[in-house]
Write a protein that binds this ligand. Structure first.
Ligand code: HAM
Length: 428
């Protein structure tokens, strides 16, 4: 038997009802905050992620699905391509490629789609997973650097989580400063790590040399006391970064949004500057981050584009669904009526009636004239339809149908002209 690849999954009904509910809710929130959809390709040049996300990150160094694409002509070189592990780099590439900054306005873009990371699969961690993300990016003259943008994005996230009914989350907040602060902080970390790194895990020994900030991501229990004693990023923020962060917090305070400052949260991607955040959820076990994001003021320039500060986030949709399911959330759409054609030649009449009712907005399913009535009733009950509408020769001749309420067991005769409105009012 051929099976789905480890780390990938089929999403089946009724779960897909909940996925569709979530996506419909978030699209409506994005619309109210004046975000527009962007769709970028699922694969990109490997270099985009190496330069954008960072060579030393776990994502780029270990987790990408990368392949050499064959050259089509002799004059062409083979190109290294990668399935996108995240969408921010792709959005910023598109921003540069299409010169989206030329209007001088902020670009407020959102996306919903699959991402790919070769991680060890476990609950809440997949090799193909889905993100719902958004980016606010633009020239500095459009105010793209201002703390109000950070606060608005975080505030919108609380609205997004409210709209799907997710409860019990915690917002973790930090500032990783600007490039200069990070350089001095990295130097301080490197110095502090020099004396202790030999006692740490092999990954940290490597990170201490290549990218000391990444040591703070380490989850190895034995390393934690050492990491706790390392210098803190807040001591290394310059005055503009300190003020920027203070203003973000002040706006959140005014809006009544509670958060925890988490100085170890530097996030696993190199492009972050200043504000970073994650929302965690208690029902998710080890993979507790339901979403993550932050500011990336230098990303466009590092990809060869204009100065275009930005901030954004990505929700792990798989994890959001898991957390909702832990709350017993479902989103099934009830079937209003099951049409049972009774006797030879009745299928065509049944389908015609189904079309009338569907056009009137009802959810309708249709059986088959070869079924006995008992079989039709069983099928209707299995799909939890509210009514069975019988379509036989007599009903067609009379222009009126036998309608049976499955739960109550009551039956009535309803004229064709009144059928849709009668099923609707009965359903309400
Ligand atoms: P990230 O923290 O790498 O950030 O991913 C965001 C979210 O995607 C995570 O919090 C998690 O919920 C989900 N996620 C990540 N990996 C997996 C996986 N293997 N299986 C299931 N879910 C996963 C980013 O990707 C940034 N691009 C976010 C961003 C946008 N920052 C600024 N703009």
């Amino acid at each position: 038997m051929i099976k789905a690849i480890r780390g990938t999954r089929d999403l089946l009904p009724p779960d897909t009802d909940l996925w569709n509910f979530v996506e419909a809710q978030v699209r409506s929130v994005f619309q109210r905050y004046n975000f527009r959809e962007i769709r970028t390709p699922v694969f990109e040049a490997t270099e985009l992620f190496a330069r954008g996300v960072g060579e030393d990150t776990d994502i780029v160094s270990k987790e990408m699905f990368t392949w050499e694409d064959k050259a089509r002509a002799q004059s062409e070189k083979a190109q290294s391509l990668t399935l996108r592990p995240e969408n921010t780099a792709g959005v910023v590439r598109a921003y540069i490629e299409h010169d989206l900054g030329r209007s001088g306005q902020l670009q407020k873009l959102y996306y919903i789609g699959p991402q790919f990371r070769r991680e060890r699969p476990q609950k809440g961690r997949y090799r193909q997973f889905f993100q719902i993300g958004a980016e606010v990016i633009g020239p500095p003259s459009a105010g793209s650097e201002q703390p109000i943008r950070d606060a608005e994005v975080i505030e919108m996230l609380t609205a997004l989580l409210d709209s799907v009914g997710l409860k019990g989350w915690t917002l973790h907040l930090n500032s990783v400063g600007c490039a200069n602060d990070r350089a001095t902080y990295n130097a301080a970390l490197r110095e502090a790590l020099a004396g202790v790194k030999d006692k740490m895990c092999v990954d940290c020994q490597r990170r201490a040399e290549t990218n000391p900030l990444r040591v703070l991501d380490c989850k190895v229990p034995e390393d934690q006391p050492i990491i706790e004693a390392l210098p803190k990023i807040s001591q290394y923020l310059d005055e503009p970064c300190r003020q920027h962060f203070a203003e973000v917090k002040a706006i959140l305070d005014t809006m009544g949004i509670t958060y925890q400052i988490n100085e170890r949260m530097v996030r696993g991607l190199d492009y972050y500057t200043r504000t970073t955040f994650e929302f965690t959820h208690g029902d998710l076990g080890a993979q507790s981050a339901v979403l993550g994001g932050g500011r990336y003021d230098g990303l466009s320039e590092s990809l060869g584009g204009p100065k275009a500060p930005g901030i954004g986030f990505a929700i792990g949709e798989d994890r959001m669904i898991l957390a909702l399911q832990a709350q017993q959330a479902t989103a099934s759409v009830p079937v209003d009526a099951y049409i049972a054609p009774l006797g030879a030649g009745m299928n065509r009449h049944a389908l015609k009636l189904a079309r009338e009712l569907r056009d009137a907005g009802l959810v309708v399913d249709v059986g088959d004239e070869g079924f006995r009535l008992k079989k039709s009733f069983e099928a209707a009950e299995k799909m939890s339809a509210r009514y069975v509408v019988i379509v036989g020769e007599n009903e067609i001749a009379a222009g009126a149908f036998a309608v049976k309420d499955i739960k109550k067991g009551e039956q009535a005769t309803v004229n064709r002209a009144e059928l849709a409105s009668s099923l609707r009012t009965k359903s309400e």
